[in-house]
Design a protein around this ligand. Sequence first.
Ligand code: FAD
Length: 437
Amino acid sequence: MAPAPRIECDVLVVGGGMAGATAALAAREAGARVVMARKSPGSTGLSGGAVSVAQDPACMPDAPFAARSGVVESARRIAATRPGHPYGLLRDRLDRLWNAVEFATGQLSSVLAPPTGRNRWLLTPFGHAHPAAACQRTMAAGDLAEVRGTLVVCGFEGHLGWDPGLVASGAVRVEPLGGPRPRAVLLDLFRWEEGAVGTPFDLARLLEAPGAAEEAGKILKRILARGDAAAVLPPVLGIDPAARVPERMSAEAGIPVAEFLSDLPSVPGLRMHRAIEARLAAAGVEVLGGEVRSGAGPDLPAAVGGREVVARSWVLASGRFVGGGIERRGELRESVLGLPVQASEGPFADPSIRFAARAAATLTQADSRAPQALLAAGLRVDGELHPLDAEGRVVHPRVFAAGAVVGGHDPASDGTGMGVAIFTGWLAGRAAAGRGA
Ligand SMILES: Cc1cc2nc3c(=O)[nH]c(=O)nc-3n(C[C@H](O)[C@H](O)[C@H](O)COP(=O)(O)OP(=O)(O)OC[C@H]3O[C@@H](n4cnc5c(N)ncnc54)[C@H](O)[C@@H]3O)c2cc1C
């Protein structure tokens, strides 16, 4: 059999979620030849549309929006109170956090609105208001800190996927903090049956069709009342940003139109995944679909997608349990280089704990609100983002880790998921390309 064609490059990024994409693009910007290996969209492709970077842990829940700390200041406070969190480990470099956020949002500007430095407040499908340093363009007009007047929270008549009353209850709770008064309504968009039983992806495609967004805008306009300042709809306002679904609706309705955040399945997640794919291609990152199994590390061949890749540096951006970077095969272990999985905070705060060989049940607490060590399990890294072995030694000077594969934070729930992915991805990509922060 002919040997697999070999690719030689400066940086191999394992993982194509937000951390891997940011690392690859940062390394490309630094002039490196970059190959990315990824087996799936990862949790980034499931995410709800918010880019959560930091919320001030010291802030009182009833503090008005306008009195809240900016995003970087909030990250500094997290770093001060949680030394095992990636922001804590990188506290001396947090002055570059905003450079990283601006870099990633600029690279993905086809889907992401420019960040302002403070958190936007976005409604979730479950009746909460969620702070986010950045969000998809389709969501920016629903920022509760900015809407002046009544916010019209829409559901779809005859479709059980979203409850506008529940969504609006999130706005009711934060109205005293400076948010708008919400009004829940049902839009009767689905006189055609396939709409009423459609998945979010079906609905998004229906609204992209010529005339459909305009028709939806006219229906919205008919139920508007005096004082209505903006409308938020279920997160199905088109998959392709070029279809301009919110803009077309807004032009007919006469008020700004936005989406609220998404649950699964997530149209915004797919939108983000596609935007990442397009940006990587435009930037000249070579993407190989497939799994890197038991790679040996820098300067040695790694098999992926029928090719053999030899890279001077590696960035492990392989995610956590959803992405597949950390797996449980009797014990927790990192899936590509077989590194030990640890965590350095929470009730099991001993950083010397090696989770491998411990039963997963010993890493959880029955009180679901208590910190769960299992959910913060991941690689232990140093301040340069080098993974460490069980004895705390750097595994390899040219292997870096980024994103959810790094332990010490719970990316799905602690409000720093995308922020950690972007900051560590940016730092790791630059370091792997031979450029420090
Ligand atoms: C349902 C859900 C909703 C979320 N919503 C939000 C949100 O709205 N806002 C927010 O800030 N955060 C959100 N998060 C958290 C956020 O999505 C993650 O923190 C972030 O996406 C992590 O990015 P990542 O690149 O580190 O990992 P991932 O996005 O998981 O990417 C990991 C990548 O590694 C690849 N990979 C793994 N192993 C291998 C291998 N051996 N070979 C090749 N490729 C491999 C995977 O295929 C994937 O491409 C959400 C998480 C979930 C699960």
